[in-house]
Design a protein around this ligand. Structure first.
Ligand code: 2PG
Length: 228
């Protein structure tokens, strides 16, 4: 039962108006730095066995804030990098919204390959593969944090929910928000989604299942006494 904390990076000056994608040199803004520090505070009581990040600066800076004082080396995994938006990279969202492909990205993302870039299913496949491999590496009782990007996080959540990729726009991943997924042999449990509150995972919580007297992969019918 490996527990994954998925964090989106904090705000940059481009977040919102411009699709930054894989542009180099996009750093956290002052507000983003404050969000990263607040994120580190919200999870201070949670034991982490590893901190992994997308290679892009905004994620590295957010993950570094979480790593501070923990004695952990920040690890980088290219498979958590932003979607390859190709020719859409660096363009304003309000302009992109006029493109014919925009509607497909909204309603049928499983069919999308960005011009000169990556497909959305390709992005999901590499990110989910990375999660599975990190789960193996971190082990059954491990807890780790991955700092990544909005669409990457949404695609990992869709996989965990068993949701078809065409439904992934229904999921939100706000700057510096946390999503928590516990992977068991039979199924993942999505414990928190797009959360901005303090996170507590008491020691031994990874032993818990969906309810009492069940195998670790079983969900408690009715909801049980709690998963954390
Ligand atoms: O929403 C955005 O602007 C994109 C940019 O690439 O995602 P993120 O900020 O998560 O990298």
């Amino acid at each position: 039962m490996t527990t994954l904390l998925l964090a989106r990076h904090g705000l940059t000056d481009l977040t919102g108006p411009v699709l930054a994608g894989r542009m180099p040199g996009v750093h956290l803004s002052q507000a983003g730095q404050a969000q990263a520090a607040a994120l580190a505070g919200r999870i201070r009581s949670v034991r982490l066995d590893a901190i992994v990040s997308s290679p892009l600066e905004r994620c590295q800076e957010t993950a570094a804030a979480v790593a501070e004082g923990r004695g952990l080396t920040l690890e980088t995994d290219e498979r958590f990098v932003e979607c390859g938006y190709g020719d859409w990279t660096g363009r304003e969202l309000k302009e992109l919204a006029k493109e014919p492909l925009w509607g497909v990205v909204q309603a049928h993302p499983s069919a999308v390959t960005f011009p000169g870039g990556e497909s959305i299913p390709g992005m999901q496949a590499r990110a989910v593969r990375a999660v599975r491999e990190w789960n193996e590496r971190i082990g059954e009782k491990g807890v780790y944090l991955v700092c990544s990007h909005g669409d990457v996080i949404k695609s990992i959540v869709a996989d965990a929910l068993g949701l078809h990729l065409d439904g992934f726009q229904r999921i939100a991943a706000d700057p510096a928000a946390l999503t928590v997924i516990r992977y068991t042999p039979m199924r993942p449990f999505v414990l928190k989604l797009n959360d901005m509150g303090e996170l507590r995972l008491p020691e031994g919580s990874e032993e818990k299942d969906g309810g009492e007297n069940l195998s670790g992969s079983d969900a408690a019918v009715g909801g049980g006494s709690g998963t954390t």
